[in-house]
Ligand binder design. Sequence first.
Ligand SMILES: [Zn+2]
Length: 176
Amino acid sequence: MNGVLGNFARLSHFNYDQNGKDWNVNTGRQQSPVALTTAKAVKSTASELIFINYNKALSRPLKLTNNGHTLKMSIPCAEDCSQPAVCGCKLKSIYKAVQLHFHWGSPEKKGSEHSINCTRYDAELHIIHQNIAYALKENALCSWDGFVVLAIMVNIVEVSLSSIYIFMTLTTNRSL
Ligand SMILES: [Zn+2]
């Protein structure tokens, strides 16, 4: 798996070595990557984020695509035709999950887009959610509230083949 990730990393045209300072992009207060620190964190009074239909199996087949920059997957509806989504917290709408993709580095460099307390992670999973107020992606792209991205930090660990077998059994046997 690391070899595959390493090959993808070599195709990347950008990295996070300088936390984005070496990128030729517009800057602003909402620009990624973000260096999160608990010392500057403010306790929020917002309600919890609510996950809708996240526990349901997605309709298959699932199709992963290598676009030369990342590994991504469009998120289909669930087998019962419901759509995974999030709401609550400070969100004023429901946001349906539409796509996921990964950010990663190489065996020598960490690949997470963001950092937490100066720690970078091996990889970062982004789950893109589109505001249901916008039927078309193009309209959502033009709106400040068009999308919500959930970022999940990933550390790569070695696992035994038997652990993978148990995991695959659990995820493919719906009666469990
Ligand atoms: Zn991303």
